[in-house]
Design a protein around this ligand. Sequence first.
Ligand SMILES: [Zn+2]
Length: 396
Amino acid sequence: MSDVFAELVGQDDAVDTLRRAAAAAADVLRNTAGAGAGMTHAWIFTGPPGSGRSVAARAFAAALQCVHGTGCGACPGCHTTLTGTHADVRLVVPEGLSIGVTEMRALVLRAASTPSGGRWQVVIVEDADRLTEAAGNALLKAVEEPPPRTVFLLCAPSTHPEDVSVTIRSRCRLVPLRQPPPGAVAEVLVRRDGIAPDVAQWAAAAAQGHVGRARRLARDPQAQQRRSAVLGVPRRLTGVGAAFDAASALIEAAEAEAEAAVAETDAAEKAALQTALGAGGTGRGAAGAARGSAGQIKELEKRQKSRATRAQRDALDRALVDLAGFYRDAVTAAVGAPVAPVHTDTAELSRAGAQKWTAEGALRRLEAVLECRQAITANVKPRIAVEAMMLALWKG
Ligand SMILES: [Zn+2]
């Protein structure tokens, strides 16, 4: 029997907490006399990318809307929440680099209304670390004085002040998720997605605990190809020119991947907007309407550009995580640590690197990759950060 929490891989502690909270929330609904007591209205789910922050938030939302109050996975409340059609569950998924204040204000306003299904109004904010400061303040007001039937579920990489403001953090109950062990990830790929056990094991290790990435690696030949290209980088770094070439290749691959990812949505959105605006018109008011539509098209283009930038950064970050895995394997090989390599298929190469560079040199290279990730997060131009990294990987 699989309920809504079955999708949460290797998170027994968190699932325990959420089950108990869902039961407590159901009690609140049953006992109107003591309504509100013991209920937590704001939650933060933290954990590394791929650990299942948004999966956990959605599962908990389903359990709150479940007619049995447990997250049975079968009732209309569970089902509509998980498919994203429940009238009282709002999901904010930032498409650009940040979530703006207008969006957040509108959301907070709607979240204050009485739940139409008679249970809870649930607002899920994915990537709460991408809230603008003004949006964070709008959210804080709601979290400080939550309407009696409203629950906020925030997802963020950590509770570091750069991710979530200290004041928001102090109002929320924390659900830390851990990086699921490769064994647990492989198990779910086999059970749920019907992937062959040996492929599942390879993908789970290569994805370093990222469930979604493991599934993509197991299934998508293009994702496999991109990974192979990234893991080919250390071998190709034979000089300054080669280092710059490798940087260009990495950046361009990320751009191509991002473009493919957003192209379809972009085209569909533009077509929909053009249809909505109608084509041309010559009557009175047409000039004003045309000015208005130009503004709307510009707005859409701005949003799409922001989404493309984010898709590029995400693609580049995936590549850097793969590369970090390679140098991590070199470090563990150099010090003789008894742990399995991240990338079994390049284990021989990372061992050879370990011999050539020694532990110290391998560690310096691993640090260069991690510094590059940090620099890009801190808004250093990706090309500049990647070029600096490639030179450091070559020189050691
Ligand atoms: Zn249910």
